[in-house]
Design a protein around this ligand. Sequence first.
Ligand code: SF4
Ligand code: SF4
Length: 301
Amino acid sequence: MLNTQRIKELARDVGFDLCGVARCRNFEGDRGFLEGWIEQGFASSLDYLKRNTERRADAAALVEGAKSVIVCAVSYKNCISEGYPADHKTKVASYACTTDYHTTIKQMLFELSARLKELAPLLSGRCFVDSAPIFEKRYAVEAGLGWIGRQSLLVTPEFGTFVLLGEIVMTEECDSYDEPLVTVGCGECRRCVEACPNGAVKERHIDTSRCISCATIEREGEGEKCDLHGWIFGCDECQIVCPYNRKAPLATNPRFAPKFNPIEFTSEWWQNLSAEEFGEVFGSTPLSRAGVERIKANVEK
Ligand code: SF4
Ligand code: SF4
C-alpha cells in the first residue's frame, strides 16, 4: 500500500504542480453523457472520440487489477497565455509554444513511476497522457484537482485551466484517497461562453464542429470549415477570459518554457516557411503534429 502524502511529495519532486489520488471506478454516467453528446453530432468528424467509450469509463479495463489513479497536473501558463494584440492574425495556442507535452509529461510520469517502484517493487501500472481512452478530466475532479468549467476544461483554483494532465493507473492501493472539491466553482460566471467567437461553448461541453481548436488541428473535411478568427493552431479565447487564469501565476517548470513567440511571426513569414525551417523551429512542439502545409492552410482564412 502506498502512502498518498509520499506520492504527492514525489510528484512535486519530478516537477508537477498538482497531484491527487482517486480510486479506480467505472464512470457509467459520464459514458452515457459522452454517447449522448456523440449522438447529437457534437463530435463532428472527430472519429477517435466515438471509439472505446466503454473502456474510457473504466480504467480497470486499461490495466488489469487497477485500484488507483494518480492524477498529476503541471501549469504551462506563459506570456502567450495572456492573449494577443487585436490585430495579430497568426495566433497559436500557448500550450503549443512549448515542447510537446506528450513527450514532457510522459517523461515526468515515468520518473514518478520509477520513484514509486522504489517504494512498492511489485507495483504495476501504465502512464497516460491524452493518448488513451480514459476520462482524465473526470479522474482529475475525483482526485480533488479542480472542477469542469463551462468550456469543458478542468479548472484548478490555483493554476486555472492552463494545466496539462497525466495519469498513472496502477494496481497498488493507497492509504487515503482525495475527494472532489466542493467549495469552489464557476458560480455565475459565463465569460468563456461569451468569449467564444464561434459560439462553440455549450454548458460544460463543446460543439467541435464550431471549435477553432478542433478545426485547426484535428478535423478534416471541407464541409466543416469554420471562421478561424486569426488562429492558426489551437485557440485560447475561452481560457484567456477565465478569472482563474487571470490570477494564475506563470509556470515555473523550465520544461514548459516557450520555445518561440508567435507575436514575432507575420502571415507572410508563415507562408514563406519551408518544410526544413519548420522542422528546425517547431520540430519539438505540438505544431509538428499538424505539419507545415496544414498550418499554412490555416493562415489568413
Ligand atoms: S477553443 Fe476557441 S473556438 Fe473552441 S470553444 Fe474555446 S473559444 Fe471557442
Ligand atoms: S470563464 Fe467562468 S464559467 Fe468559464 S470556466 Fe472560467 S470560471 Fe468557469
